[in-house]
Design a protein around this ligand. Structure first.
Ligand code: PHB
Length: 393
């Protein structure tokens, strides 16, 4: 565990806030993968979170004590670390979680303990659907939300048949389900789907060959982190691109690792809730500040960490300081951020946001993104969520 004080006591007189006292301290668990196939994602979310606290939290007059825990990419590890944060560190709220599998594993614990969780990545549809909780607020995306619009958009482009590939775990299955449902509803046909063993597949060649043999118009995939780098590089070497153009969930060609793919990513078309080339003043300021702080261009993972910090600060600005008051305040946050207008849907506690279709191309300083379409703000269907009211302890 690392204790880090990011926002120290500031002069309360400068703020329209309750006067800061020594008791204005909150303990926050930062629960991310710092090892394993999603380690770079965890580090990027942490960098965005630190920038968000520095940007919005410095004047707050509240001392934020961070308790940093590594989930790896393993549900049982994530559950053990969450238990430690809640029982031993007595945190007031938790921020983080990258893997849908880890989110599924900790859902009952945070819900039962009444600890607010700001989800800063994991798209698990159930956490804001049939397993929704007043304690879980997601500022990142849901797996269905990112992929449904792309299913409709690809059908509109005249693509009639698609083959799909994704890692075999909750996020892979839900991303493909979201895409395929919308694509078929819009008149398309899925010719075949494969799910590759998660964190274990070294050679994607046999799966790509199978997709090519299907005769589909296009291949649609979800991969992220180290698997996205291997997949895109192997796909380019395989040389199927002319017959079978590559589309995907935008994590495939994330700014975070697109330079490790380099020209292999050229021309790949994907969809996501954020790309660093979005043209609005909040994004320009964020990109400049993130580059100053880290020397690199921010990805969707960075903006998710940044917006998670901003949501936490907005909740603290209402005077919330403990689990119950923070939990209630987090569900009310809304602001214009780098990805556009952001609000939490009270029916599910999932973020509502536009989705961008983008093409990856070679730019001056490395690979970059051209936005092809901004699709309207997408709220999830309630997916079986009957949101309970917040219990009062
Ligand atoms: C997930 O497991 O929900 C997940 C992981 C990595 C991503 C997106 C979603 O880039």
């Amino acid at each position: 565990m690392k204790r880090a004080t990011l926002a120290t006591l500031a002069a309360a007189t400068t703020l329209a806030l309750p006067a800061a006292t020594a008791a204005d301290t909150v303990d926050i668990g930062l629960l991310l993968p710092f090892s394993g196939v999603y380690a770079s994602l965890g580090n990027e979310i942490e960098a965005g979170f630190a920038l968000g606290l520095a940007t919005y939290g410095n004047e707050l007059g509240v001392e934020i004590i961070l308790h940093r825990e590594d989930t790896e990419v393993t549900p049982a590890v994530g559950l053990a670390r969450t238990r430690k944060l809640i029982l031993q560190d007595d945190v007031d709220a938790i921020v983080g979680i990258v893997s849908s599998g880890v989110l599924g594993a900790v859902r009952d614990l945070v819900d039962g303990a009444g600890v607010p969780l700001i989800v800063a990545n994991a798209g698990n549809d159930e956490a804001t659907g049939e397993a929704c909780s007043p304690w879980i607020t997601r500022v990142s995306f849901s797996n269905g939300q990112v992929n449904r619009p792309m299913g409709r958009w690809m059908a509109e482009q005249g693509i009639e048949t698609v083959y799909t590939l994704a890692p075999d775990y909750a996020a892979g299955r839900q991303m493909i389900e979201g895409f395929a449902g919308a694509f078929t509803e819009a008149g398309g046909t899925i010719l075949g789907s494969d799910f590759t063993p998660f964190q274990q597949t070294q050679d994607f060649g046999p799966y790509i060959a199978q997709a090519q043999a299907s005769g589909a118009d296009a291949l649609f995939v979800f991969y992220a982190g180290g698997e996205a780098i291997s997949f895109v590089n192997q796909y380019a070497s395989f040389g199927a691109g002319d017959d079978l153009p590559l589309y995907g969930s935008g994590f495939l060609t994330s700014q975070l690792y697109v330079d490790a793919q380099g020209p292999s990513a050229e021309g790949v078309i994907t969809a996501l809730h954020y790309v660093p080339t979005i043209d609005n003043p909040e994004n320009a300021a964020f990109v400049a500040a993130f580059r100053d702080a880290t020397g690199r261009t921010p990805s969707e993972y960075a903006v998710q960490g940044y917006d998670a910090a901003r949501a936490l600060v907005e909740a603290l600005e209402t005077g919330a300081r403990d689990r119950e008051t923070l939990g209630a305040a987090l569900r009310q946050v809304s602001f214009d951020g780098p990805r556009g207008a952001l609000a939490i849907d009270p029916a599910t506690n999932n973020v509502v946001q536009p989705i961008y279709v983008y093409e990856t191309v070679t730019g001056e300083g490395g690979m970059t993104q051209i936005v092809l379409a901004q699709l309207p703000a997408e709220a999830d269907p309630v997916n079986g969520c009957a949101m309970p009211s917040m219990p009062t302890n």
